[in-house]
Ligand binder design. Sequence first.
Ligand code: BGC
Length: 271
Amino acid sequence: MSDQENVTPTQTARRLEGRRALVTGANSGIGRAIALRLAQEGASVCINFVVNPQAADEVVNEIKAGGGKAFAAQADVTSEEQVDAMIGRAAGDFGGLDILVNNAGMETHHPFLEMPLDAWRKVIDVDLTGAFLCAQRAARLMVKNERGGAIVNITSVHQIIPWGGFAHYCAAKAGMDMMTKTIALELANQKVRVNSVAPGAIATPINRNVWSDPQGLKDLLRKIPSERMGQPEEIASVVAFLCSDEASYVTGAVLYADGGMALYPEFMHGG
Ligand code: BGC
């Protein structure tokens, strides 16, 4: 096999050897791909989940089968006690924490005039407050860490693109963006880098109702200049880069991985 043929998308460098990571919502979709990728690059990974323990165990087993270290930790990211217990366990089992990926998130559709307060609160709680809690507790450990740490927040193109029926989700994601930048600023001189990755339409269970419906998929693809949905692995590779020393001077940044969705697709052909 020539060197050229050897370079396949599944071949990864081991840029995270010896790092200790926690990925929230790591038993499905984008979180699962991130956990697998970090492990492939040499990190030990705590697989956070809230429901579906079997799916979390599958990720753990896949990592172990590849020679990596992982364990599953059930915790609701909105609960201070549960987050503290999980981070304590990750730091205890692994001997510290170098990487946090705030990926856990949810969305529900409610036209604004009908959005119940509890739906608003739930999404803000999971998507924004959960990320705050995990970031704060992880960062408290990272600032004491000799080699510092890296936090990556998974936001969305909807941190800048308004989305009808999802006022809570858009507000949470825009909030995560400013939270990312503000904590990046506060922690920059303590060797903790904080960045976000803003995915576009990635085919995962969260949006299955759209991509599994031919008309829904057609409407969606019109909004994506690359004319295809993304795969979870295409987010994971960006996250791995931001966690690695190759991004050692990158903090407070947002990296869009969206096939151009945030580029005003309607303007593609002039007119
Ligand atoms: C949402 C998906 C949606 C995508 C593009 C993401 O943040 O989770 O459901 O397909 O944005 O609109």
